[in-house]
Design a protein around this ligand. Structure first.
Ligand code: ADP
Ligand code: MG
Length: 319
């Protein structure tokens, strides 16, 4: 059994009447990238602040590296690296000086610190910008600097709160690859995001948050197997009759059919060869069709089926 790095039990945090965390339970194991996925306002940052003992909570317990987390537990804090949601660097220090400053809070020995700073600059792809002041950096580069400052001291536990919000695709990829590299080198990572694609891409286990509660957790495969949707198939087909639509709905594993503007949308529960069965029906009935799309369920489908709401941002996906 892998060691538990973070254990949260029945955490309750209220801001006056608002219950931001409602009996939240989580456990993060050594060596994993653990994803906290949830829409804005679901309690991700509040959970992080409780883990770090930056916020007092009303009920429950938080253990980090097996010890109860308290504001003065510096032995544990020393082993944690954080990049907060709001970038916090010094405007009057250069990129390199910023990283050196934050690293210096943990590492006094000069040569070791120099090496750590160099590693952090290389890891975040900031070599060309080392002499730049933060004010001159793009949003993506600034985020990368924020992360480099948080992890330069090579902590065992890294917590990143929405590190890719509003960054360009190049910086986003760099950040995701960087996180995976730190993880391969041995760090346990807690990663919060409201972008399901990212969480799917890099996280081993995922907890889905909604209104301060963990509504589901597990690997992405486990999460997807919890729901009814197994596969979504879309077929461009002109002139389907209502009878044909009904018959398709009666094919094996098909539990939902929609037909609008020449696009047939079918949801299938588990099972294999769904597409083949459907196309066989098309062949037999001599129905012409255009493009065919088959998609596996996403974490959005999991969220949608459990909560009845979309996890995705209502417009455009990315902020
Ligand atoms: P997330 O990080 O998932 O977006 P937060 O943890 O920031 O969510 O917020 C959870 C809920 O708590 C939200 O409804 C938010 O408005 C509320 N909240 C967060 N911080 C405060 C605060 N300092 N005072 C009052 N309400 C807060
Ligand atoms: Mg947040």
């Amino acid at each position: 059994m892998a060691e538990k790095v973070v254990e949260i039990e029945n955490l309750v945090k209220r801001y006056r009447e608002l219950v931001a965390l409602d009996h939240l339970c989580l456990s993060v194991e050594e060596g994993e990238i653990f994803g906290l996925l949830g829409p804005n306002g679901s309690g991700k940052t509040t959970a992080i602040n409780c883990i770090l003992s930056l916020l007092k909570f009303d009920k429950g317990s938080v253990r980090v590296f097996g010890e109860e987390m308290r504001p003065d537990n510096y032995r544990v804090k020393r082993q944690i690296g954080v990049a907060m949601q709001n970038v916090a660097v010094f405007g009057e220090l250069t990129v390199q000086e910023n990283i050196d400053y934050f690293c210096g809070l943990y590492i006094r020995e000069k040569e070791l610190r120099r090496q750590c700073v160099e590693d952090a600059i290389a890891f975040s792809g900031l070599s060309e910008f080392r002499k730049f002041y933060p004010g001159k950096l793009s949003g993506g580069l600034l985020r990368r600097l924020n992360i480099a400052c948080g992890v330069a001291h090579k902590p065992k536990l890294i917590i990143l709160d929405e590190p890719t919000v509003a960054v360009d695709p190049q910086s986003r990829n760099r950040i995701l690859e960087g996180i995976q590299k730190l993880n391969r080198e041995g760090a346990t990572v807690i990663y919060t995001s409201h972008y399901m694609e990212e969480v799917e891409q890099i996280c081993g286990r995922i907890a889905i948050l909604d209104k301060g509660r963990c509504i589901a957790s597990g690997t992405k495969e486990e999460l997807k197997s919890m729901i009814k949707t197994g596969e979504k198939i879309r077929i461009e087909a002109e002139g389907l009759t209502p009878v044909q639509e009904k018959e398709i709905g009666e094919l094996r594993h098909v539990y939902q059919v929609g037909y609008q503007d020449g696009m047939l949308e079918i949801r299938c529960s588990g099972g294999k060869h769904n597409l083949a069965h459907i196309l066989e029906y098309f062949g037999k009935n001599e129905i012409g069709f255009g493009r065919v799309y088959a998609e596996q369920p996403t974490l959005n489908d999991v969220f949608l089926e459990i909560t009845g709401k979309e996890l995705r941002d209502p417009v455009g996906g990315q902020q």
